[in-house]
Design a protein around this ligand. Structure first.
Ligand SMILES: N[C@@H](CCC(=O)N[C@@H](CS)C(=O)NCC(=O)O)C(=O)O
Length: 212
């Protein structure tokens, strides 16, 4: 059955899903939802996903919202190669790391929150950067301690923890956050990006990315 991903090239949440699809070797069609043009708020998209956020995945007649739910849906429908360890304790560690990024950091720094700071709260560029950097630093300090000394976040194979980490690192760089205090996260990110499935999912390689 055909898989369709509603995505935007610079969305970190959609980036997670692209990574999972690529790591599983799944073919999918991408439909761009241009956030800068508020396409996510258009009626046809809102009917699909009433939360009016990307990503949204369609697999035949099944529609799934929320990147973490999508990752688990992909894992359950396509178990190989696994992105979650079999052992419940190890699996919980991966889920907790993924949730720390997707549930605790990203919601403080996503488009609508930054726009609200800049718009109704009249925060200037410096204040918005301080806000962004503050929450990234607080989260990454903890994640740096939690990250293993292995090749990837947990162990020698890629998991959903890496799938969540790499897009957040991309986003932190985009906002010029100094990542030198987080050498383990930087090393894991670099190792992941050597994996072809990761390299193909980077925002700049997406069909809707600007040419330069
Ligand atoms: N918890 C959601 C977050 C989705 C989300 O916030 N997506 C952003 C792009 S990364 C979005 O659609 N933003 C539109 C907006 O903020 O108006 C998930 O993990 O899928």
């Amino acid at each position: 059955m055909a898989i369709t991903l509603y995505s935007y090239w610079r969305s970190t949440a959609a980036y997670r899903v692209r990574l999972a699809l690529n790591l599983k070797g799944l073919d999918y069609d991408t439909i761009t939802v241009d956030l800068t043009d508020a396409e996510h708020r258009r009626e046809d998209y809102a009917e699909r996903n009433p939360q009016m956020l990307v990503p949204f995945l369609e697999d035949g007649n099944t529609g799934v919202a929320q990147s973490l739910a999508i990752l688990e849906y992909i894992e359950e429908t396509h178990p190989e190669p696994p992105l979650y360890p079999q052992d419940p304790a190890e699996r919980a560690k991966v889920r907790a790391f993924a949730a720390a990024i997707a549930c605790d950091v990203h919601p403080l720094n996503n488009l609508r929150v930054l726009n609200y700071l800049k718009g109704p709260l009249a925060a200037d560029g410096d204040a918005v950067s301080t806000w962004y950097g503050h929450w990234i630093h607080e989260a990454f300090q903890a994640l740096e301690k939690i990250c293993s000394d292995d090749a990837y976040t947990f162990g020698d194979t890629v998991t959903a923890a890496d799938v969540c980490l790499v897009p957040q690192m991309y986003n932190a760089r985009r906002f010029n956050v100094d990542l030198t205090p987080f050498p383990k996260l930087v090393a894991v990110d670099a190792r992941c990006l050597e994996v072809p499935a990761f390299a193909g999912a980077v925002p700049e390689k997406q069909p809707d990315a600007p040419a330069s």
